[in-house]
Design a protein around this ligand. Structure first.
Ligand code: FDA
Length: 311
């Protein structure tokens, strides 16, 4: 089973309501979902933040959700983050955890969505800053990125520490990296997890990896704070070497990995003195996030299929 064959099929299914209903109702789903989703509620995710802190790890928290269809849902998304930030403050965990948000969950795709998403995300960024932490804007499919970067730029006027994500598979990204690698910026580079056409994105894994390396070089040579979001051992080794060449100290960049993926590596890199942040997703609207994790690794799909069939 080859990823290039299956990946796009699973990614297409990640946008299908029919598949959403089927997968959500399947008896073995929960067990597999639990590997990638840290819980359904704030109270379930807090012990995970504490556990990460005890292991010397930082976290970035993502309330799962995307592609919403009503303004009310966009307000609910904002409120879910505000509730989370309130809990972090009460528990004095503000400096251990930052937030990752998807603007599509804040209404970006609705009519007037650019303004709506900005209006919804601003109070979240404000509340995060008030407890000493920050927010990173995730990168979604390529049609949403001009709006995401414009919102990022707008937020940075008042909150310069607001981060954003760039995706190595897109042809545009080297230019974005050059523009963003300025003093005070925080930029996460990832390979890219959406189904993108050959007109805008590399399709070949080796090409994506090469672009990733070129972008790490740009970010390391710049004056911003690079956040390397990958589980790929080769890219992690290359990052360490490029950081050394750029004369960056361990607190002048960070690694990021996803909750549930290569967890022993999170701890190993942190123990070596690297800053390691675990992207920790929680909530009930996990379908899109979960399907992208299946698409990344065919073995996950086989495991998932087996767990459905044996229930
Ligand atoms: P690659 O896919 O080559 O995987 C390397 C190795 O890691 C695999 O061989 C396997 O061992 C392990 N691995 C990777 N994925 C796995 C999985 N799902 N299950 C089990 N093992 C797995 N994308 C995006 O488009 N927008 C975004 O905002 C973000 N944000 C983000 C934050 C963080 C912190 C990370 C780590 C990733 C993202 N991504 C993302 C996802 C990213 O684009 C990419 O799809 C995944 O990170 C997988 O790519 P890797 O770099 O890990 O390499």
């Amino acid at each position: 089973v080859e990823v290039p064959v299956l990946g796009p099929v699973i990614l297409a299914a990640s946008r299908s309501d029919k598949m959403r209903r089927f997968v959500s109702a399947a008896p073995g789903t929960k067990q597999v979902v639990d590997r990638f989703i840290a819980g359904e509620t704030v109270d379930q995710v807090i012990p995970i933040v504490k556990d990460a802190a005890a292991k010397g790890l930082e976290v970035t928290l993502d309330v799962v959700g995307e592609d919403i269809t009503t303004v009310e849902q966009s307000h609910a998304a904002r409120d879910a983050y505000l509730q989370l930030i309130g809990r972090l403050e009460e528990l004095g965990l503000g400096t251990r955890a930052e937030m990752s948000v998807k603007l599509s969950m804040f209404g970006q795709a609705l009519e007037g969505g650019h303004e709506l998403a900005l209006a919804n995300v601003r109070p979240v960024v404000e509340a995060a800053a008030a407890i000493g932490t920050t927010v990173t804007l995730d990168a979604e499919d390529h049609t949403t990125l001009d709006s995401m970067f414009a919102i990022h730029e707008e937020l940075r006027k008042d909150f310069p520490q607001t981060g954003c994500v760039i995706q190595a598979y897109l042809f545009r990204t080297e230019d974005d990296a050059r523009r963003l690698a300025a003093a005070g910026s925080r930029v996460r580079i990832v390979k890219g997890a959406y189904k993108e056409p050959a007109s805008v994105a590399y399709q070949d894994k080796t090409e994506i990896d090469k672009a990733f390396v070129r972008i790490i070089k740009i970010l390391m040579a710049g004056e911003g704070y690079p956040m390397i979001g990958s589980h790929d051992p080769r890219l992690i080794a290359i990052t360490q070497e490029l950081a050394r060449q750029a004369g960056r100290k361990p607190d002048e960049y960070e690694f990021q990995m996803l909750y549930g993926i290569r967890s022993e590596e999170h701890v190993r890199l942190a123990a070596e003195g690297h800053r390691m942040r675990v992207y920790t997703a929680y909530g009930t609207d996990w379908y899109g996030y979960f399907m992208r994790r299946l698409a990344e690794k065919p073995a996950n799909l086989l495991f998932f299929a087996r767990s459905i069939l044996t229930k």
